[in-house]
Design a protein around this ligand. Structure first.
Ligand code: FAD
Length: 490
């Protein structure tokens, strides 16, 4: 029987769920509080520049292709992307500049020449990460984790037989320190902890497999920028009959005898057979589920990091920079102590500079560049004020000036600032956390909020704050789990 399904939020998880469910014949309506779709995956157009506001690193593009092929409608080939030759360009305070070539051979050769790491060690490491990914991705990413049937499945049995290979007893940093001689490479691979907002000095070494995606499978970039992912998916969803309602803030989930029966939206009632929630799950319980306590797991788990982002229009081109550039902190460990223990901005942060118009020429006026300059930041606990932000701006500028040997500030002609507060304001993420909960513990995967709760019928959870986690590929994977759950429950 086809059902009437209401989705709260048009983040990538919400859109992916809408496509999957509409392709199966359900009548799907998406309620989005903002005026446009995308949530954290969004864009700003200002002063002739276009900026992707959130995600910039794009892996497993096949997951988007798959969504665009679902349903019995004319497929579109409008979504185009390219594989990057250089995954990221890394700058270190000692003057070392390391290109992470997508080709593992070329990367290993460059790392051997520049930071004196034997080629065989790099190949060995990447091979192991690939094995770990192949062993566990099906269980950890594409299946509903922490359910008995998952552990009894073939994927579950395979992992159980080779549990030791998941490297859960060490932290990411401990494993990387054992794997490489070079401090430069340890930092480079530790950084993958930040891909789900975690602390590599705490997160289990299993997460080192994140690097496999970029270093072996490859990093990609959409020809028209990251927001084209949203644009094309929404067009496809609409072709399948999905009804998107913007400026539609959901105020409450309506429950009858523990079964979701609809939503209260903008003061009116929308009845539905099921509700799929794509809003950050902590704020979902706080604001949309009256008289419900926050589940213990959400109270216990540390939030993922957030970010401070400067979107700078630059009046000149910087030919030495690539699409993705990292300027490492000298003392990486201390940076994470500030992020997660002290919950303060660090005076010498690792700075990420992403310049989409290296690929998408039209994102900046002729001869100019659009810089997205981001540092990891603690979630909002009231510590962000004007003084803190202006000190941080100065620290970032002096770091970039030093490492690029340039006067960066003198080239800024447009500025917009994103903070944990604006992330929370615009997407309702608790404290502005980017990925919901962090993975700063060995048990994090087991503690993540599941895609459905047995105590509520007809209520499903999708997106970056629930299983399997944040980031575009994982959010899309969560939509796959939710749509399968709904088919199985019918
Ligand atoms: P969200 O994007 O969280 O969207 C939720 C939606 O729900 C929002 O549109 C919100 O307006 C809406 N909503 C909330 N409350 C209500 C309500 N009451 N009623 C109606 N609508 C509501 N990922 C990557 O893969 N690669 C990256 O490089 C990367 N970098 C990032 C950098 C930054 C600065 C940020 C912020 C994120 C980054 N991410 C990255 C993470 C990625 O953006 C997220 O994991 C993903 O986009 C989250 O999608 P989601 O489905 O959880 O929904």
């Amino acid at each position: 029987m086809n059902e009437k399904i209401a989705i709260i939020g048009s983040g990538i998880g919400g859109i992916a769920s809408a496509i999957r469910l509409a392709a199966k014949g359900h009548q799907v309506t998406v309620f989005e509080q903002a005026g446009n779709p995308g949530g954290k995956l969004n864009e700003i157009n200002k002063d002739g520049f276009r900026f992707d506001t959130g995600p910039s690193l794009f892996t497993l593009p096949g997951l988007v292709d798959e969504l665009l092929s679902l349903g019995e409608v004319e497929p579109s080939d409008a979504f185009k992307y390219r594989k990057l030759d250089i995954v990221c360009k890394y700058y270190y305070e000692d003057g070392t500049v390391l290109n992470a070539w997508a080709d593992p051979e070329r990367f290993a050769t460059e790392a051997c020449e520049k930071v004196n790491e034997p080629v065989w060690r790099i190949h060995n490491y990447l091979r192991k990460m690939g094995e770990m990914y192949d062993l566990s991705a099906d269980l950890f990413i594409f299946k509903p984790f922490a359910r008995w049937e998952t552990f009894k499945s073939d994927a579950g049995k395979k992992v159980a037989r080779q549990l030791h290979k998941l490297d859960m007893l060490f932290s990411m940093h401990q494993r990387n320190k054992r794997s490489f001689k070079s401090k430069h490479l340890i930092k480079l691979f530790d950084r993958y902890g930040t891909y789900n907002g975690s602390n590599p000095y705490k997160a289990p070494a299993t997460l080192n497999m994140i690097s496999h995606l970029e270093h072996t499978d490859g990093a990609y970039f959409p020809e028209k920028g990251m927001y084209d992912i949203v644009r094309q998916l929404v067009l496809h969803a609409q072709k399948l009959g999905v009804d998107f309602r913007f400026n539609a803030r959901v105020q409450e989930v309506l429950l009858e005898e523990k079964k979701a029966t609809g939503l209260k939206v903008n003061g009116g009632v929308f009845s539905a057979d099921r509700v799929v929630n794509d809003m950050d799950v902590t704020n979902f319980y706080k604001h949309l589920m009256p008289n419900r306590n926050l589940p213990l797991r959400l109270r216990l788990m540390e939030k993922s990091s957030s970010a401070v982002i400067f979107y700078w229009g630059m009046n000149k081109k910087f030919p030495n920079l690539d699409l993705h550039n990292i300027f490492f902190a000298e003392n990486y460990k201390e940076e994470f102590q500030y992020l997660f223990r002290k919950k303060l901005l660090y005076h010498d942060p690792t700075v990420y500079v992403f310049i989409s118009n290296k690929v998408t020429g039209s994102d900046a006026p002729e001869g100019m560049e659009n810089w997205f300059v981001m540092i990891n930041a603690p979630v909002n606990k009231g510590q962000y004020n004007e003084t803190v932000m202006s000190e941080m701006r100065e620290n970032i500028l002096s770091k970039l000036n030093r490492m690029l040997k340039n006067d960066v500030a003198s080239h800024i002609v447009s500025e917009t600032i994103g903070t944990p507060l604006t992330i929370e304001e615009q997407t309702s993420s608790a404290g502005g956390s980017i990925y919901g909960s962090s993975s700063n513990s060995r048990f994090a995967a087991f503690m993540r909020h599941p895609n459905r709760m047995s105590r509520f019928k007809g209520l499903h959870f999708v997106g970056g704050s629930v299983h399997p986690g944040g980031g575009i590929p994982l959010c899309i994977a969560s939509a796959g789990i939710v749509s399968e759950d709904i088919q199985n429950e019918k």
